[in-house]
Design a protein around this ligand. Structure first.
Ligand SMILES: C[S@@+](CC[C@H](N)C(=O)[O-])C[C@H]1O[C@@H](n2cnc3c(N)ncnc32)[C@H](O)[C@@H]1O
Length: 276
């Protein structure tokens, strides 16, 4: 959900205090603007505390870093709009540690949002390419300037062999929860044989009983990967209690993961119509 322009102006005013679990506006604003802001902050999980010593919207969690991400993106996740849940900073750290990202590694973030993960990957010296479906978020990623390449488009439409000349060392992702497994399986095609993929996903990945999910879990076990439940409040900072898990999928030569190198080894279809 986009911030109404007047609310964005107030929240990015240098006088506004966004600290720990509180958002306070210590200057006069018009009543209609206050009402709009109150509505937005409530949708994000805050509640007005009018006591003289507080006079701020108070959140049940630390809002500071998260609000910074939202204000940069110009939008916030609300209970009325599912889909964009920027990965909270502590989880970003956990993902980058698990993926073992270090200087010089090539990293793909295939549903990059407004760059919660690309920022940390670049800070660790990773060379990161990002894909994002939403044009405004893709623009935020470009402005942020920490990616080698930002592509605006549908990741599921990209052919790995057209997109890159070699597989990525790492793939880290927090794809949309609807169709998350499709995103993960497609992303494997961008990873090199000895790469590692780490992804957040709906914790249904741990128990869904449909054929695709069951086979996927078998494959994860076979290659020595892991699926670990994340704490129930992992995304509380985004105002949602969606339950999630973290997938760790290590590649190695000879595994049956359908990686970039695996795709390269497949016989290419003869182009019967190519000019002689
Ligand atoms: C759960 S958010 C996560 C954003 C980011 N990865 C992060 O960790 O903060 C999912 C993002 O995937 C994007 N997205 C959804 N479908 C996509 C697709 N088919 N191709 C690329 N991006 C997509 C959404 O616009 C959204 O920004």
């Amino acid at each position: 959900m986009q911030f109404p322009p007047e609310v964005l102006r107030v929240l990015t005013d240098p006088r506004t205090i966004i600290r720990d679990d509180k958002v306070g506006v210590p200057f006069e604003i018009d009543r209609p603007v206050y009402e709009q802001m109150n509505k937005v902050l409530k949708e994000m999980g805050g509640a007005w505390d009018g006591r003289k010593a507080v006079r701020a919207h108070v959140f049940p969690y630390r809002i500071e870093e998260f609000m910074r991400q939202c204000l940069t993106a110009g939008e916030y996740p609300s209970k009325y709009e599912q889909g964009w849940f920027p990965t909270p900073p502590s989880l970003v750290m956990q993902i980058c540690d698990l993926a073992g990202i270090c200087a010089g590694m090539t990293v793909l973030e295939p549903s990059a949002g407004s760059g919660a993960m690309t920022r940390e990957i670049a800070r660790r010296g990773g060379v990161v390419d990002a894909v994002e479906l939403d044009s405004r978020r893709a623009e935020v990623l470009r402005e942020q300037g920490d990616c080698r390449r930002v592509m605006h488009g549908d990741f599921l439409d990209l052919d790995p062999l057209d997109y890159t000349e070699e597989g990525f060392d790492r793939v880290v992702m927090n794809p949309p929860f609807a169709g998350g497994l499709d995103h993960i399986q497609h992303a494997l095609g961008f990873m090199s044989d000895d790469g590692i993929l780490v992804s957040v996903m709906s914790n249904g990945l741990m128990w869904w009983s449909d054929k695709a999910t069951v086979e996927f879990r078998e494959m994860v076990e076979e290659v020595g990967g892991e699926i670990e439940a994340l704490p129930e409040d992992a995304f509380a900072v985004c105002g949602t209690n969606v339950r999630t898990c973290l997938l760790f999928l290590p590649g190695y030569a000879g595994s049956r993961l359908q990686t970039y190198d695996w795709l390269l080894r497949q016989p290419r279809q003869l182009d019967l119509f190519a000019a002689a």
